[in-house]
Design a binder for this molecule. Structure first.
Ligand code: FES
Length: 121
């Protein structure tokens, strides 16, 4: 039997219950980083992305936690209106169509949303 690979160090982003189902929450960059993350909850799952638009690398939201369109179906960049699929971050329309948001691998354990310790830039 081969030894299991060591698990990457993780940190707690929030409790899953902190994100209302169907909504999104933004999180400030950790100390020493300039780019935060945002998370979109879908039932008992969550999708986490770096908060950096692939168009020109700025944060997507203008108002706190406003990452989704009015129907809460797509992520929207408030700067030039690019729209992204929640499930994989693919840009479906706008100036960066075909590019993707950078996915942050997230895990839910004991009701906590965990992301890699070194997430951010
Ligand atoms: S900065 Fe996001 S669409 Fe231009």
């Amino acid at each position: 039997m081969t030894p299991a690979a060591p698990l990457p160090a993780q940190r707690v982003l929030c409790r899953l219950a902190d994100i209302p189902d169907g909504e999104a929450r933004g999180f400030d960059p950790p100390p020493g980083s300039f780019i935060g993350v945002f998370a979109v909850r879908r039932g008992e799952g969550v999708f986490v992305f770096l908060n950096s638009c692939p168009h020109i690398g700025v944060p997507l939201e203008v108002l706190p936690h406003r990452f989704l369109d009015g129907r809460r179906e797509r992520v929207v960049c408030a700067v030039h209106g690019a729209r992204f699929r929640v499930e994989d971050g693919l840009c479906l329309s706008g100036p960066c169509m075909g590019d993707r948001l950078e996915i942050v691998p997230a895990e839910i354990r004991d009701g906590l949303v965990l992301i890699p310790e070194d997430t951010g830039r």
